[in-house]
Ligand binder design. Sequence first.
Ligand SMILES: C[S@@+](CC[C@H](N)C(=O)[O-])C[C@H]1O[C@@H](n2cnc3c(N)ncnc32)[C@H](O)[C@@H]1O
Length: 166
Amino acid sequence: MPVSYSYTPSHTDFIVKFGSGNFSSFITTRRFLAQGDVLTVLTTVTRSHKAYSTVQCGKGPQDNIELNSDFLYVNHSCEPNIAFDLSSADPTEWHVRALKNIDAGSPLTFFYPSTEWQMEQAFECQCGTKSCLGRIQGAKFLTGEAIVERGWVSPWIMELMNEGEG
Ligand SMILES: C[S@@+](CC[C@H](N)C(=O)[O-])C[C@H]1O[C@@H](n2cnc3c(N)ncnc32)[C@H](O)[C@@H]1O
């Protein structure tokens, strides 16, 4: 994990705020984002084994990517403001999109179970939103209803839900 003194920003529109505790860093936007805006196309990703830092990109347990960019620091929220859309069969179209209008200075957050079926590292959510689900461990541990109302769900999560894997 990089530390602030060795940090080179990957995106000029976003800034990582480094915390002093474990996993206490997060990313904010420097500029206003409108709903539907594409924040970035994910051009730096690499396939990887599942880790706290990876994003699931398909149905299989081997389908995970490292972002290799500032977007590593997107925290989870139960009321997220962005989506990781890795649904295209063409990986060059994988992108991050605003789910709502986002003010400059706001942290960027996504709903981790929208991509993750069973996470490598579960945690007690501190998003502080009204609809907070508490412990976050992946979609496998939630109802379909709890997932679909968050603005975006990856197709493999819907498939696994429909197969009764949850
Ligand atoms: C990909 S990292 C996100 C960046 C992380 N905050 C950091 O400083 O490296 C994912 C980890 O951040 C922490 N995290 C993310 N969202 C959280 C939340 N809503 N509540 C508590 N911890 C969270 C958890 O430890 C999680 O495993």
